[in-house]
Write a protein that binds this ligand. Structure first.
Ligand code: HEC
Ligand code: HEC
Length: 300
């Protein structure tokens, strides 16, 4: 706060507090010529007199007390311009202290899972319960409340893993995130026509009924361009996050147009790194829950 604003605020405070004192004093004291304290001076029909019941003295003194309180408050707490108050209290400081307390409680709850492999953690029903809660708070916006995903967001409950389904793979996905890189290949495969042919060949890999001539035209293109990441038989490569194209599970869709667009436009699915968001140990616990869902999932 600049000095100018500080002086302005201080002036407003003094004016207000002094104003309150003056108002209180003036309205509670009698002036010469005023009617007696228990009368207003109003008379109707010659003998009907209106009475006034003044506030009791203790009540008025309470008002004075609130003013004294406000002065004490301005001495102890910040508020009087840029004066910080003798107690040194700040809202940021209070928030930080509360957050540190909450973190300490969390750390104590999760301490026993620190550094453990996630398949080990998954044996603990308490961990599974906690993991499901973390998932509900952190992951459902993208993966759905049942973890079954949606278009572009993988199903985490099945046996199909784009980035690998071992405990270490899943943990690494959650901690560090994943960035899929499938560049557009329209120019390489011969424009929209070539992309169509290779898309038809991709459909044939998963056993869809397709135009054999188109598929035959797409095959050499697939083997030349796409196999580098998806493999000769289209079975994918978890190291690159290149999905298996020969199964029933699709991240974006298995229809002709969707696959052709994948070739023409590419895909860059991003799973954000969660270690910076929820910390190592809680990432382990939620990864353990994910692992449990696809590996038996008997414990809820
Ligand atoms: C902002 C959206 C978003 C959030 C939040 C998110 N994810 Fe993901 N996640 C994705 C996307 C998108 C992918 C697929 C990335 C790709 O295309 O390769 C993914 C992939 C994954 C995979 C890899 C799946 C596979 O088949 O290999 C796992 C495991 C995973 N997420 C777990 C989690 C967990 C656990 C959380 C919560 C701690 C979480 N995700 C939160 C978007 C998200
Ligand atoms: C540089 C490695 C790379 C090459 C080369 C590559 N892809 Fe991909 N492809 C990927 C990755 C990584 C993904 C996952 C994208 C994502 O998760 O957003 C992907 C995704 C796809 C998908 C979506 C799969 C689904 O489940 O919905 C299709 C279809 C596909 N690729 C087809 C092709 C075809 C056809 C070619 C050759 C023209 C090709 N890819 C070449 C890396 C590659």
């Amino acid at each position: 706060m600049s000095a100018g604003w500080s002086i302005y605020v201080i002036a407003l405070i003094i004016l207000n507090v002094a104003g309150c004192v003056w108002l209180l004093w003036r309205t509670s004291s009698l002036r010469p010529g005023d009617p007696a304290p228990d009368q207003t001076g109003h008379v109707w029909d010659e003998d009907l007199t209106e009475y006034n019941k003044p506030l009791p003295r203790w009540w008025i003194n309470l008002f004075y007390l609130t003013i004294v309180f406000s002065i004490g408050y301005f001495i102890v707490y910040p508020g009087f311009g840029s004066f910080a108050g003798t107690k040194g209290w700040t809202s940021v400081g209070e928030h930080d202290a509360d957050a540190a307390d909450a973190r300490a409680v969390l750390d104590a709850t999760f301490a026993r899972f620190a550094g453990k492999p996630i398949d080990e953690i998954a044996k603990d029903p308490e961990a599974i319960r906690l993991g499901r809660k973390i998932f509900a708070n952190t992951c459902t916006t993208c993966h759905g409340s049942d973890a079954k995903g949606a278009r572009g967001f993988p199903n985490l409950t099945d046996a199909d893993w784009q980035w690998g389904g071992s405990p270490d793979d899943i943990l690494s996905t959650v901690l560090n995130g994943r960035q899929a890189v499938m560049p557009p290949f329209g120019d390489v495969v011969g424009g929209a026509k070539g992309a169509g042919e290779v898309a038809v060949y991709v459909q044939s890999l998963s056993g869809q009924r397709v135009d054999a001539a188109m598929a035959a035209a797409g095959k050499p293109k697939f083997e030349m361009v796409c196999s580098a990441c998806h493999g000769m038989e289209g079975k994918g490569n978890p190291l690159l996050g290149a999905p298996n194209l020969s199964d029933e599970v699709w991240l974006y869709g298995s229809d002709f147009g969707t696959i052709r667009d994948a070739v023409l436009e590419g895909h860059n699915g991003t799973m954000p790194a969660h270690e910076p968001i929820i910390g190592e140990t809680r990432a382990r616990v939620v990864a353990a829950w994910v692992w449990s869902q696809s590996h038996g999932g008997a414990v809820q």
